[in-house]
Design a protein. Sequence first.
Length: 416
Amino acid sequence: MSTTAGDLRPASTAANWRTPLVIIICGCIIGLLSFGPRSSLGFFVQPMSREFAWGRDVFGLALALQNLLWGLGQPIAGAIADRFGVFRVIAVGALLYAGGLLLMRYSSTPLSLDIGAGVLIGFGLSGSSFNLVLSAFSKLLPAEKRGIALGAGTAAGSFGQFLFAPFGVALIDNFGWQAALTVFAGLMLLIVPLALALVTPPTTTSNTPSADDQSFKTALAEAFGHRSYVLLVLGFFTCGFQLAFITVHLPAYLVDRGIPTQTGGWVLAAIGLFNIIGSLSVGYVQNYIPKRYILSAIYFTRALSILVFISFPITTFSAIAFGAISGLTWLSTVPPTSALVALMFGTRWFATLYGFAFVSHQVGGFLGVWLGGIVFEQTGSYTWLWWLSILFGVLSALINLPIVEKPVERPVAQAA
């Protein structure tokens, strides 16, 4: 049986070993490896700041750049992956990621830290993170398997956080922060062979006009002229703001309140562990519940959990409980967001359009990390950032409600 250019799912023309199960497993391992180290970088703030006499604003700027460049690089990486295939983009991204971790290990000035932890890791993540994995899943897997696969791919990133948070703390405590970064860099090289399972063929344009032959510029104009897509993109800003702020600054926030560093590791691990439950659950229930309601509930729950967390004295129990509740909503926004993009516009330019949505996410991440460092250095407290996170959560809960969940209407092209 022949396949069309738009049908990229494994069939008789694909390698026999690349079954849907193999694709999902390899993609999930890539998501685990790529998300793990970046979610543990907050534990390097204090040891590196002590050694080089840096304020938290120095480290905050580097990781803020990472979030911003990850977002800005995502639509570029997505467009290249849509045009030439996913494998090359993931392989190059993994090499940049490993190089950034190594440069971070040898950083002794704020500039070298900005280049390593900020520029190289940021662009490396744009090419090797779970976003490209989700794109490959959308292109390679049949429709009935996409929902749970998108949830599994997102959950794998959370499992990476669960593993790497205590693992990173243990490496730093026993071998030093330099050795920890070296080990992380070596692990990133494993992504390259795993990406062979996610190979997608280059896109070709057929002679018969169709929606799949839509140009890059036309796809962007259609998306940003679509009200529901714009609302989705605006709401995704909050997700990045909250996640980046908590990932980078929560460990130091807990230490400031007398909670041991090891506890901070287990809090981030709890976030990763419970997000596996949250992401898989959302990936399943989004087939039965409108996705806009799921997103609204997630953002409102986050805002409420932050309000409760900062309103009572911080203890080991309350910190881990906050991590568990946050984990249930951590990356569970990704499956419905990515599914809505595919539902509205199809999979032809999925990586590109989801990449632009992710820009909004990472602009939020940039502001969350950067403002966290600045506000702390100016006031000695993160209070303003916590309240800003609550406000954004409520606003995003409202923004997602008017989204219309149906494919965009396109004129039917006629053959010449």
